[in-house]
Design a protein around this ligand. Structure first.
Ligand code: NAD
Length: 259
């Protein structure tokens, strides 16, 4: 893989945990300066950036911004100053039938999982055009391609992200900029761990059965996808080998969406 990303700067939204943190670590190891983000502003958040900088020798910063707020999404990119690689990763979930789905949860999921991608992309594209190179990677989901009951807001938002990815891919097709979505199957991160009890409750089964019969039931490989596998996919999409891959939705899901 011919990597020309050393010295570039990546902004990864929602990267103080799970998949986003894993992506930041892998990009930093490839020589990319990284901007970590979440809505909190704790000592631990800033310590994550300091650790990455120390371990890899790249510049690593933590910038607090709440991705449920459009102005803060835009301010994140403005504060970063440079954004050659934008990884839209921040995401939240709530599991509930649609007729009792809390309105505040609906609004929050649409804002964080979908609207933030619009705001950060709108701000990052002019910076990429100025730099003459750019990569946008949207962490969508298998739920950007398929639906499951009780996840109306999440499925709606992730389908929206896949649609936005195609549009941005077309709008930038003649430029040295690509925009792709990565659609993970189930990864054992805090986001999935948190929905195991709710899934068990909705189906009236134990938590062990929820993992086996509901969650991994969709994944033919019967294995969770790993953070490292997803970070590797993002790294590939940032490489020269992927320069003609744009507007696509790449499933990393143990075969889920092949069925
Ligand atoms: P996670 O809960 O570990 O991480 C989510 C990240 O988003 C955290 O860093 C959190 O702080 C951040 N975040 C949440 N709300 C935010 C806000 N308002 N502003 C800024 N940051 C915010 O979950 P994860 O599994 O690592 O999820 C990362 C992405 O991958 C999400 O978009 C999720 O939908 C997607 N995804 C996850 C799975 C999975 O199985 N875990 C599967 C498919 C897609």
């Amino acid at each position: 893989m011919n990597m020309s990303i050393k010295g570039k700067t990546a902004v990864i939204t929602g990267s103080n945990s799970g998949i986003g943190l894993g992506i930041a670590e892998v990009l930093a190891r490839a020589g990319v300066n990284v901007v970590l983000n979440s809505f909190t502003d704790s000592k631990e958040d800033h310590a994550l950036a300091a650790r990455i900088a120390q371990e890899t020798g790249v510049e690593a910063r933590y910038i607090q911004a709440d991705m449920s707020n459009g102005d803060q999404c835009r301010a994140l990119i403005a504060k970063a100053g440079t954004c050659d690689i934008l990884v839209n990763n921040a995401g939240i979930q709530h599991v509930c039938p649609i007729d009792t789905f809390p309105v505040d949860k609906w609004n929050a999921i649409i804002a964080v999982n979908m609207n933030s991608v619009f705001h950060t992309t709108a701000m990052a594209l002019p910076l990429m055009r100025k730099a003459g190179w750019g990569r946008i990677v949207n962490i969508a989901s298998g739920h950007g391609l398929r639906a499951s009951p009780f996840k109306a807001a999440y499925v709606t938002a992730k389908h929206g992200v896949v649609g936005m990815t195609k549009t941005v891919g077309l709008e930038t097709a003649k430029e040295p900029i690509t925009c792709n979505a990565v659609c993970p199957g189930y990864v054992l991160t805090p986001l999935v761990e948190a929905q195991i009890p709710d899934t068990a409750k909705q189906y009236g089964i134990s938590e062990e059965e929820a993992i086996e019969k509901v969650i991994l039931a969709k994944q033919p490989s019967k294995e969770f996808v790993t953070v490292e596998q997803l970070a590797g996919t993002v790294l590939f999409l940032c490489s020269d080998a992927a320069a003609q891959i744009t507007g696509s939705a790449i499933a990393v899901d143990g075969g889920w969406t092949a069925a």
